[in-house]
Every structure is written in C-alpha cells, then in structure tokens.
Design a protein around this ligand. Sequence first.
Ligand SMILES: C[S@@+](CC[C@H](N)C(=O)[O-])C[C@H]1O[C@@H](n2cnc3c(N)ncnc32)[C@H](O)[C@@H]1O
Length: 203
Amino acid sequence: MSREKKASEWFEDFYKENENSHHNIPWAKQSVNPLLQTYLDEKRVHKGKALVIGCGLGDDAYALANGGYETVAIDISQTALRIAQKRFEGTDITFEKQDIFDMPHKYCEYFDFIFESLTIQSLPREFRSKMIKAVARCAADNGEILVVAHKKGLSDGGPPWPLTPQEIEEFKEHNLHEISSELITEPSNISNTRFRILYKKSL
Ligand SMILES: C[S@@+](CC[C@H](N)C(=O)[O-])C[C@H]1O[C@@H](n2cnc3c(N)ncnc32)[C@H](O)[C@@H]1O
C-alpha cells in the first residue's frame, strides 16, 4: 500500500466509529459549504461535469447535482460514501470510492468544475505537491477548481495541516490561472483564516 493511502486510512475508521452519530464528525456540517454556495449563486449557469474531492457525507455533491451538474463525488472511505448515498438516495450523484492519488485514467482532464474543500490539508505536508497535482489533473481545459483550505498559522502540528500561501500558489504550476482569491476570517480551532481560491485551467 502506498504511503499516501496509508495516511488516508484513518478516515475510514473514524467514519465507522461515528456512523450513527454524524454530529461527532467535526468537518461534516451536513449542509452545503457556504463558500461553494456563493460560487453557485454567482455562476448562475451550471452545466457540465463536476467532481467533489473527499466528499464526506455528500452535502456539497448534492448542491452541485441539484444545481444542474452531472456530479461525481469521490472519497476514500467506503463508510462515508455509504452514509452519503443513504442521505441522498434517489439523486443522480455518482458516489465512487476513489483515492485521489490513484484516479482512473478516464478522469484525466475530464471535469468542468472541481470542488476541493479541506481534503488537501487533511494529509501530511509531504504529500501536498502530489495531491495538488492530482486534483489539477482532473480538470478539463477551461475547467474551474474552487479550493477551500485553512491558512497555516503559527502552529506546525497536525492533523490537519493548513496550507501556506506558497502551497496554494502551487496550483498555478499545473496550467491553472487564478480567477479570484479571498481570505475569509472566521473563528476556528484550526485557523481563523481560510483561503477561497478559484482557478481556471487553460491548456
Ligand atoms: C477533512 S474531510 C473534508 C470533507 C469535505 N470535503 C468537507 O469539506 O467537509 C477529508 C475527506 O477526504 C477524504 N479523503 C482522505 N484522503 C483521501 C484520498 N486519498 N482520496 C480521496 N478522499 C480522501 C476523507 O475520507 C474525508 O471524507
């Protein structure tokens, strides 16, 4: 098993332990991420194929599917996917067990919109560049990627391991151009500042 996959493994145990008490899962707000909702409100036309990275309990995937995207939601945890599938039964979302580091070739340069929230930061820094590259690779020409991540403060420990401005910049090494960049201030025990960056791919 790869080191990356090993680092992601604890998520499955965590979801399993909390399968009947979703409120114990700190990141799972069980509603659409407001920073994704702003994108949907601003964009108005929602066409094409969307991907949610590390979809967890599925709320962001639901918002995209409901908005009109053909949506694929991936997670490494089978239990998270089972919960999500149950919560959003009857919708057209394709929930798939996938490791972002090992995506099938068919998803290379495939998606018109990708939402990545808090998954990159959930893995140790040593995997960061590889993960950014893996996410970027899934975007089609002219596709957009919305990235939400906490900004690194003084603490160096984890999990999670919030992103530095230099790490966020790394997306640009993969044919991605910044369309907008915001720093959101909101109290959190991880970091009070979050990045919300929108990129567009141009091959
Ligand atoms: C901190 S949670 C964030 C969940 C959701 N994106 C959100 O913003 O609430 C990270 C998610 O990524 C998933 N994950 C971790 N490593 C992964 C990997 N290598 N490939 C796909 N998903 C992964 C976890 O199972 C978990 O659901």
